[in-house]
Design a protein around this ligand. Structure first.
Ligand code: 4AD
Ligand code: MG
Length: 455
């Protein structure tokens, strides 16, 4: 049964003529001789208005029992709509009921809380908001591949099961058997060493950059941190480009160019969905996205940022002191109040950053960078990598890490080492930024957070 997506019909400049539409009933209104249906098939935000004459085939069997949530096949003709707001409507000639939906269909009314919607994650994509979020998610994934492929970056699939803790934060999920035992083959542990779900594909990504020059990864990552914030998930997707023959400045250039490219692509290709977010989620959204697309970003060193925060006169919950991590409230002050635009903070104290970051000439800082955006804070974290063998070995020691666990990583510095740099973009943080949706749980199809692994 070939069907015509509603998006295609509504986009058409000339009346598309005879079509078969399949979708779910959003609303139904009956008059004496006609029923008016709003049909949504998820291909776009808008519903298709359908007029059904009570005299047509299937009316009593399909249209009379069809309630909100029911699925229908509708054949008919597209004609100019006399109602306002919509150009085309479907005059049905035949209707067939695929699946009814009784009165207890949970999405009857608008205005459910986000918390309630999370409890029906299997049905929430049928709502306007979540349909829009997940269309934008799909488009942004595509745009990310386009951005890198257009620039000649090679897509690398790094492993999900790994033995190394890239960030050195000890926030890894261990891989064990179903009964909680370490997996064994005979007497040996399954992988002959403890293994975990990866927190980052970076270390493996570096090996490929040190062969193919410019690469990126795009896959799921996992963090066993007990954070209950609106910006942390236990499972999230990360995009990690890595460039050989590259320093921190070019790394920051790439991160900024990528954010601009993605925002610009969303404004171009997802404008109907963004319009919905702008109206119902975040009134300043489109203006902010246009600003991000059109204006240049700010850059400050960590040391300068600390000075700005100290001089701000703001009373922060967490202390501001050289050597301490910037908290979300500090990041938001910089982007929302001080600079009023996305801001890249770079050259952080070495003590608060992982072992792989390149030591600067000052001996105190490393060539790290975080790209911060208004409303969220950190969306990208990256660095130039330590390519000098002796310095890397010293870094491992300083961080209390065994060289033996990183033999292959150290080898990259032993054989044909090159300066290289990269970063990680949190995909869900990007989606929060582009949609204005305030909680990370609402941009992930089936979110995983401490205590929650439903569906
Ligand atoms: O700053 P992070 O920890 O950096 C890395 O993992 C590096 N290995 C990346 C690299 O240089 N290749 O994480 C990168 C980004 C953060 O800026 C944030 O956007 C996102 O990943 N992120 C999270 N997103 C959702 N939930 C969490 N728990 C996240 N932790 C990090
Ligand atoms: Mg970070």
């Amino acid at each position: 049964m070939p069907r015509t997506p509603v998006a295609e019909i509504l986009r058409s400049e000339t009346p598309p003529g005879a079509v078969t539409v399949m979708g779910w009933v959003r609303t139904k209104r009956d008059s004496k001789a006609f029923s008016f249906l709003e049909i949504n098939d998820g291909s776009c935000l808008s519903n298709l208005q359908v007029v059904v004459d009570a005299a047509i085939a299937g009316y009593d069997e399909a249209v009379v029992p069809a309630r909100t949530g029911a699925s229908l096949v509708i054949q008919g003709n597209i004609v100019e709509s006399l109602g306002k707001g919509q150009r085309w409507e479907l005059q049905a000639s035949k209707v067939e009921l695929l699946g009814g939906a009784p009165e207890d269909y949970p999405l009857q009314k608008k205005g459910h809380s986000m918390e309630f919607m999370r409890s029906i994650a299997h049905l929430r994509p049928r709502s306007n908001l979540f349909g829009a979020v997940f269309r934008v998610r799909s488009r942004m994934a595509y745009a990310i591949h386009r951005f890198f492929q257009e620039r000649g970056f090679v897509y690398v699939h790094t492993p999900i099961i790994t033995a190394s803790d890239c960030e050195g934060a000890g926030e890894m999920f261990r891989v064990v058997t179903m009964d909680g035992e370490v997996v064994k083959t005979g007497d040996e542990e399954f992988f002959a060493k403890p293994t975990y779900l990866t927190v980052s594909g970076q270390l493996e990504g570096e090996t490929f950059a040190c062969a193919l020059s410019n690469i990126y990864t795009f896959g799921p990552t996992f963090r066993a941190e007990n954070s209950h914030t609106s910006r942390h998930a236990s499972e999230f997707w990360m995009i990690e480009p890595e460039m050989a023959f590259c320093d921190l400045m070019a790394d920051m250039d790439l991160a900024e160019a990528m954010i601009k490219y993605l925002v610009s692509d969303a404004l171009e290709t997802c404008i109907e969905d963004l319009g919905f977010f702008n109206q119902f989620i975040d009134k300043g959204l489109i203006e902010r996205l246009e600003f991000v697309r059109d204006r240049s970003f700010e850059r400050v060193t960590y040391t300068e940022a600390v000075e700005l925060l100290k001089a701000s006169g703001e009373s922060f919950e967490y202390p501001v002191e050289y050597g301490l991590n910037l908290q979300s409230e500090h990041e938001r002050y910089l982007t929302e109040k001080h600079f009023r635009c996305p801001t890249t903070v770079y050259n952080y104290p070495k003590e608060i950053k992982p072992f792989y970051m390149r030591k600067n000439e000052d001996g105190k800082t490393v060539a790290a960078m975080d790209l911060l955006v208004p409303g969220i804070g950190e969306i990208v974290g990256g660095s130039q990598r330590e390519e000098r063998l002796e310095v890397l070995l010293a870094n491992l020691k300083d961080h209390g890490l065994e060289e033996s666990g990183y033999g292959w990583y150290v080898d990259l510095r032993r054989y044909g080492t090159v300066p290289h740099a990269g970063f990680g973009l949190g995909f869900e943080r990007l989606l929060m930024f582009v949609t204005g949706v305030a909680n990370i749980r609402d941009v992930i199809p089936f979110p995983r957070t401490p205590g929650v692994a439903d569906f």
